[in-house]
Design a protein around this ligand. Structure first.
Ligand SMILES: [Zn+2]
Ligand SMILES: [Zn+2]
Length: 132
């Protein structure tokens, strides 16, 4: 199991064991969690039903305050740190931990490490996986 998988499953377990209250939801974290759950790394590590329930509840909490939370999150632009090109945020991938943006250009130049579960490791924090 990867460390991202472990921390998501831990959060889902704590939520479950405390009686499944409305969790505190941050749009960025929920977005990257959703993307992680359909990533190759998640297929490798496995996703529990508890984590599926937890993610659904997080989305519900966000929906309640702003139905467009995901679209408004992806409305902006990100700049490539290598070539300087500007990309629409929705075309970028993001780190699950530090939310660093990874535009689709300059792939080889980023020198990213492939983790045992098949996902790429974030080179900024070395704690998250890159999803999107
Ligand atoms: Zn670039
Ligand atoms: Zn990171």
């Amino acid at each position: 199991m990867g460390s991202v998988s472990e921390s998501y499953e831990r959060a889902a377990r704590e939520w479950d064991e405390s009686g499944r209250p409305d969790p505190e939801a941050k749009a960025w974290s929920v977005m990257t969690m959703s993307w992680w759950m359909v990533s190759p790394g998640a297929k490798h590590d496995g996703v529990s039903q508890r984590l599926i329930d937890y993610e659904a509840r997080l989305r519900k909490v966000l929906d309640r305050t702003n139905r467009d939370w995901l679209d408004s999150r992806l409305d902006g632009h990100e700049y490539c740190r290598i070539c300087g090109q500007s990309w629409r945020a929705e075309n970028c991938a993001y780190c699950t931990y530090c939310t660093r943006a990874y535009p689709p250009c300059c792939g080889d130049k980023r020198g990213l490490v492939v983790l045992p579960n098949g996902n790429l490791e974030c080179s900024a924090c070395h704690k998250g996986e890159i999803v999107g």
